[in-house]
Design a protein around this ligand. Structure first.
Ligand code: TXA
Ligand code: MG
Length: 317
């Protein structure tokens, strides 16, 4: 059984010792280890079954700390960092040699983020190194937003789960990188497109077909097949299967309510995104259904981010 608690001192001892600690953030839980210790990082890749060409994100507590580990911070990055850190934003920089190649999957760049979750910020402030932490799930599976989800993925190999309750935002950070004079969104996440635009103006989002590190086609996916589209059409198409419906704000009358989950009764995109991954975990653990059907959200704010995840986790027809 993996030990769970909210003891920062105990978490620090494990990390100082080269162990792995699952850390809560406002986006999702991470599987953390000392970013500067290659042996620890190797353990993360092995435990997750993560391919070694998929770089990890490093977490720390201040811009001053980030400056120690990266070559140059562009002006636009400072602007974004000042506006959105601590928060659901990861920035990509040219790395200093002190960050081992294994952490960044041999890239010359490294991703940094300052999370907002208080217990994790407190932990980070007590460490002499950043924590590298991918989401605390098996590679390709749904990111965890509560400690139970971590136990759904792992039953050993983690020294401690730092319990910070549920993740408030529920979807991974937005990742932004800089190429010459261009600013690029590599992964749209909990920091929404509209807020980024308001801070730095129009910028490019990598389309899903464009290859960038860690952009794998099927990702964030439940084990059960997930289909996205018009609910009525999907219902008729899969009538012979035991269907679960992931609903936005109301039940459908095609099937029993027991096999449906509503994301937000009050039609809030933020509440829906907070509940999205935990609902997928619930469906995967439900014995009464074989497949999940759902529809896209309105393509703005957190709806745009959730649509990106639905695209990545659903069956391609
Ligand atoms: O919210 C989050 O970002 C969570 C929490 C734990 O911080 N972390 C997370 O990590 O989602 P992970 O490993 O599941 O996703 C990290 C992704 C990689 O798959 C890759 O796409 C991108 O971050 N990434 C990391 N370093 C990069 C780099 N140097 N260049 C481009 N992309 C990078
Ligand atoms: Mg992940």
């Amino acid at each position: 059984m993996i030990k769970i608690g909210s003891d920062i001192k105990y978490a620090k001892i494990q990390l100082d010792d080269g162990g792995l600690v699952a850390i809560p953030t406002e986006t999702v839980y991470g599987l953390g280890g000392n970013a500067l210790n290659s042996k620890t990082i190797e353990k993360i890749f092995t435990l997750k079954n993560r391919p070694n060409n998929d770089p990890l994100i490093c977490h720390t507590y201040s811009i001053d700390q980030v400056e120690k580990y990266v070559k140059n911070i562009p002006k636009t990055a400072y602007k974004l960092a000042e506006e959105f850190w601590p928060g659901p934003l990861t920035l990509i920089f040219e790395k200093e040699n002190i960050i081992p190649d294994i952490t960044t999957a041999n890239l010359s760049t490294v991703g940094f983020r300052i999370p907002k979750k208080k217990i994790t910020l407190d932990l980070l402030m007590n460490l002499e190194y950043p924590i590298a932490a991918p989401s605390a799930n098996k590679f390709g599976y749904i990111s965890p937003t509560k400690t139970d989800h971590i136990l759904n993925n792992f039953n050993s190999g983690i020294n401690y789960i730092l319990d910070g309750g549920n993740c408030e935002l529920g979807i991974e950070s937005t990742i932004i990188g800089f190429k010459k004079d261009k600013t690029i969104i590599y992964r749209l996440g909990s920091l929404i497109y509209e807020d980024i635009m308001q801070c730095i103006g129009e910028i490019k989002i990598y389309s899903d077909s464009e290859v960038y590190p860690g952009s794998f086609i099927n990702h964030y996916a439940p084990d059960k097949k997930l289909y996205v589209g018009d609910i009525e059409t999907l219902y008729h198409k899969f009538k012979d299967k035991r269907i679960g419906i992931l609903c936005y704000d109301r039940y459908y009358d095609y099937i029993s309510e027991e096999n449906q989950i509503i994301l937000s009764k009050k039609s809030s995109l933020n509440e829906a995104s907070r509940n999205l991954y935990s609902s997928l975990y619930k469906f995967d653990n439900m014995k009464s259904i074989d497949i999940i059907i759902t529809s896209f959200f309105i393509d703005k704010m957190m709806g745009k981010t959730m649509n990106n995840r639905l695209n990545k986790s659903s069956e391609k027809e």
